[in-house]
Design a protein around this ligand. Structure first.
Ligand code: 2P0
Length: 357
């Protein structure tokens, strides 16, 4: 049974996430007769920690309209109309229209804000698209109340993926896998799934301190970077390596081996940037201070045997990852030795979290 709803609103907040095994490269969109379902399919599987504090909060107000021939929406960012963001939302709505045919029946007001500073170099596409997808699913659930909770979350992740690939990993927590991999039960290219096995206590409340090295606009967007993996000389080996690293990391998440964790995670971060440096055109997103920080982390780890490591996103910022029980010494080290490499001394203390609410 369906119900008719004229107007109302929903609100969701969705967190950012940080990949441990990186998504970098999409499958070629080959199936022209079925172009939509073959969009945004990753070339390799990825796994991420869902964050807790870095979030997008989005309110979706909706009102039934007369003309149902096109999408209609207003966008407010931090309370102000934001025209620059509208094309990305328009494209998202067009992509998901076939899965959400009710969308053209409504005018939407999308009001969104982030808990982290804008242009901090923290990607807001993952949290933003996940928060919007959750709101759309709340509308769908209002129209189709018999929908199950599993369907709700799975379709939310599916829709989020069509907005931004990494967004499908921001719906759930605390460790999410996206992409088919034989070692992960239930894994799919179409949506993120919660890590299906029991996670070792060493990873409980795992910390991510994000060092804001550079807040500038990136020289190459992630979408362009993904596409440079087509015809990349190392593409096939890289995709195979991601499968192997995910299988290894699966065991590590179960057995709590932090030395192995560090090796896989740091190798993945450097390989991501190595792919950028070896594509055509080639590019570099790290900054001198990114390397300074990496070297300081290695020195500190060697000298103190503290299980702290770094990972990188598609940018210059450094994510410092460590277990909760060494927080005090790591934060002292960050304040004493790393803050000087951050723009205006800025960093954000986050930890793994439970997904959208
Ligand atoms: C990741 N990144 O796994 C990788 C590692 C950045 C570095 O996914 O084109 O914004 O919207 O699917 O998801 C960033 O790319 O790209 C990303 P689209 P997305 O988190």
């Amino acid at each position: 049974s369906t119900v008719t709803i004229d107007n109302g609103s929903f609100q969701w907040s969705a967190p950012s996430n940080i990949a441990l095994v990186k998504y970098w490269g999409k499958r070629e969109n080959t199936n022209s007769s079925n172009a939509i379902s073959s969009e945004q399919i990753p070339a390799n599987p990825s796994v991420s920690f869902t964050l807790n504090h870095c979030k997008t909060i989005t309110k979706l107000a909706f009102a039934k309209k007369q003309d149902q021939s096109s999408f209609s929406f207003d966008l407010l960012f931090e309370g102000q109309p934001k025209e620059e963001f509208k094309p990305k939302i328009q494209k998202f709505l067009e992509r998901i229209a076939v899965y959400c045919p009710y969308l053209k029946e409504y005018h939407f007001t999308i009001a969104t804000e982030n808990t982290f500073p804008h242009s901090s170099g923290i990607a807001s596409s993952a949290s933003g698209m996940a928060a919007l997808a959750m709101n759309i699913m709340s509308l769908e659930k209002a129209l189709y109340p018999e929908m199950t909770e599993d369907f709700f979350y799975q379709k939310a992740s599916f829709l989020a993926r069509l907005g931004s690939g990494s967004a499908c990993r921001s719906v759930k927590g605390s460790v999410v896998v996206w992409g088919n991999n034989t070692s992960i039960n239930g894994s799919s290219d179409l949506f993120g799934v919660e890590f299906p096995n029991t996670i070792h206590a060493n990873f409980k409340n795992y910390q991510d301190t994000i060092l804001l090295v550079d807040k500038g606009e990136k020289v190459v967007s992630s979408t362009v970077g993904h596409n440079l993996m087509h015809n990349h000389p190392f593409a096939e080996q890289r995709f195979e390596q991601a499968h192997q690293n995910l299988s290894k990391l699966k065991k590590v998440l179960e057995n709590g081996d932090l030395q192995q964790f560090i090796q896989i995670v740091e190798s993945e971060a450097l390989t991501l940037h190595a792919m950028m440096m070896t594509s055509l055109p080639y590019f570099i997103l790290m900054k001198p201070n990114t390397l300074e920080i990496i070297n300081k982390i290695w020195k500190f780890r060697n000298e103190t045997q503290t299980p702290v490591c770094f990972t990188l996103d598609a940018g210059a910022n450094v994510h410092v990852l460590y277990p909760e029980n060494v927080s005090e010494t790591v934060l002292q080290f960050i304040q004493a030795e790393l803050v000087g490499y951050c723009q205006n001394g800025n960093y954000i203390c986050d930890q793994i979290g439970e997904g959208a609410i």
